[in-house]
Ligand binder design. Structure first.
Ligand code: SAM
Length: 111
């Protein structure tokens, strides 16, 4: 949020305590974020970017992951991006950044 002063952020998590921590960390940008106590699998806001940090490994099955990625794709504006930071065991995956089994990966939605 420091680096991108024009962005507005919605923080989504099922755990209210995690949202409290996130809100405290973002407090100095109070007018630019809101928290949403919800499951990732619920309704997603229309947006230009979805960023998930150490969270999507909780989506347990391949079918559920596919469904969630489809929902993310559908909610992104054209040209939008999804960025995921998480454990990734595939050694040859195409990633933005990697350190051992932790990687940052994602994709752009075409225009
Ligand atoms: C390891 S923590 C990471 C939290 C935060 N994203 C970060 O990077 O510090 C994983 C988080 O995913 C949340 N979570 C797991 N499954 C979820 C789901 N289906 N919907 C919403 N949140 C979920 C948990 O409540 C937890 O706060």
């Amino acid at each position: 949020m420091e680096a991108l002063p024009e962005v507005r952020v919605e923080l989504v998590d099922i755990d209210p305590k995690m949202l409290e921590v996130a809100a405290t960390r973002c407090a100095r940008h109070a007018e630019r974020f809101r928290v949403r106590h919800a499951r990732f699998q619920g309704e997603l806001p229309r947006c230009h970017a979805v960023v998930a940090s150490l969270a999507l490994h909780h989506v347990a099955t391949l079918a559920a992951k596919r469904e969630l990625y489809r929902a993310i794709y559908d909610t992104l504006e054209p040209g939008g991006v999804v960025v995921v930071a998480d454990a990734l065991t595939y050694p040859d995956a195409d990633v933005f950044w990697r350190d051992g089994e932790i990687a940052v990966y994602g994709a752009f939605k075409g225009d």
